[in-house]
Design a protein. Structure first.
Length: 459
């Protein structure tokens, strides 16, 4: 980097660092909105309040034409567009303001919707996923606005129902691709491999869920009188679920390749154990590496089972049982085909002629980024400058269906995933938190990215 570039980087860093106390206060206000996009759990006004806060914040940051748009699922998306100066590209900045439910609040060490600082981290539901990423975008834009008009075109898209499937925004993308037209799309809903280690997420697994229902009897019968010969629906379900894992613990589904390997940066087993909270002495259920298992191969998880609870259960043979199955699908595998394979496997392996009913649920296609374009090159350089070290690449086991929707709607755009959600954030779990240095460093990187993409500087 030239001395001029070094001075510019230092100037942006100082601006963002000086703004961090204000950013903390704003993140606290944003976290205070209980913006779970499910009116059965929290009032819809919480999401409306969060959407309006986001709209006003981006307007104040200098983004033009910011508005809330009601999508087909009833959620409010916040969209804005500052047109590009002549000859400059347009960058779309994405994040979401809705959050996961807090779950069992007794497991939190502080109030879930009150941002609380402990040991240098900021705790609260959504502090990382994804309200911390909203602050990243705001800090970057504010740092550049101090110099006047933005050097590139900017679109902002802040979603309101991502955690509940994002069907509303996906449909808006399909119906109004013009609202998402950009040269580079920066998805702020990912994270580094660890704090201080800049990482680009280049693949996402898709999702193919099903609900499985098994019936074997007209009703409960006495286990003493009939047990042994009576077909137990819960035992049938357990047997069926057991066919989805082999002796090593690997996922196995007839017709699906479950042996792929990961070619990017590794995920060391010791770090994975610490990140995931694996208990001492418990083996990892995979014959491959951790990276193979979480980024390259299909993975079947039993999300829930309907069966009699232990406390209060009767001495009876269970007549019916059900389970929700979550199949994560790696890039290169069609999500619909994977769901078809899972359904066929279950139908082929159900024991004793038990009555089987399968309900197909959420589908989301996997994603693989194209990383050889100018946007990626500029982003790598910006991250390396902000962090002072080389950028790595990683996959993500989670799913962001919006990425594939954007690939279809804006095929010319590069799509890059960054964010503040490193493993210690424990997103979706109790005691979610964010490291504020990640917000600062990524905001610096994003501001440098937007500056470096001004192609008019090459003229």
């Amino acid at each position: 980097m030239t001395s001029t570039g070094t001075d510019r980087s230092h100037e942006i860093r100082e601006r963002i660092r000086a703004a961090m106390p204000t950013a903390r206060d704003e993140l606290a206000r944003l976290v205070a909105f209980r913006s779970v996009a499910d009116p059965r759990q929290f009032p819809v006004e919480e999401c409306v309040g969060a959407a309006n806060w986001v709209r006003d914040a981006f307007t104040a940051a200098g983004v033009e034409n910011v508005e809330t748009i009601e999508t087909s699922d009833g959620s409010l998306a916040v969209l804005g567009h500052t047109p590009a100066p002549e000859g400059a590209p347009t960058v779309l900045l994405y994040s979401h303001y809705d959050v996961q439910p807090p779950g069992d609040e007794s497991l939190w060490h502080s109030e879930p919707f009150a941002l609380t600082e402990r040991n240098g981290r900021w705790y609260g539901r959504g502090a990382a996923d994804c309200k911390g990423n909203i602050m990243m975008h705001l800090l970057a834009l504010r740092a550049l606005r101090e110099d006047g008009p933005l050097p590139v075109g900017v679109r902002i898209v802040i979603e309101g129902s991502e955690e509940m499937g994002g069907a509303g925004l996906d449909r808006l993308v399909a119906e109004r691709p013009d609202l998402f037209d950009a040269d580079l799309i920066v998805i702020g809903d990912s994270g580094n491999a660890e704090v201080g280690r800049p990482t680009l997420t280049t693949t996402l697994r898709g999702i193919a869920n099903v609900d499985v229902h098994i019936e074997t009897l007209k009703g409960e019968i006495h286990s003493g009188m009939y047990g042994g010969a009576a077909p137990d629906a819960l035992a049938a379900l357990v047997h069926l679920l057991g066919t989805l894992r082999d002796e090593n613990g690997d996922t196995v589904v007839d017709g699906l390749d479950c042996t792929a390997t990961w070619e990017g940066v590794p995920y060391p087993e010791d770090r994975f154990r610490a990140d995931a909270g694996v208990l001492d002495g418990v083996a990892l259920p995979t014959s491959g590496t951790v990276a193979d298992a979480v980024w390259a191969r299909p993975a079947l998880t039993v999300l829930g089972i309907d069966a009699p609870p232990v406390v209060g259960s009767a001495a009876a043979v269970v007549p019916r049982a059900a389970a929700r199955l979550n199949l994560r699908v790696p890039p290169g595998v069609d999500a619909r085909a994977a769901q078809d394979a899972l359904v066929a496997h279950l139908e082929a392996h159900v024991p004793w002629g038990a009555h089987l009913r399968i309900e197909r649920d959420v589908l989301g296609e996997p994603f693989r980024a194209s990383t050889d374009g100018p946007g990626y090159a500029a982003l790598r350089a910006a991250l390396e400058t902000a962090y002072g070290c080389e950028v790595g690449t990683a996959g993500q086991g989670g799913s962001i269906p919006l990425c594939t929707a954007l690939q279809r709607a804006v095929p010319r755009a590069e799509i890059a995933l960054i964010g503040v959600e490193e493993p210690r954030c424990v997103i979706h779990a109790p005691n979610e938190s964010v490291d504020p240095t990640e917000i600062e460093n990524l905001a610096v990187a994003e501001a440098l990215l937007l500056t470096s993409l001004d192609r008019r500087a090459d003229r």
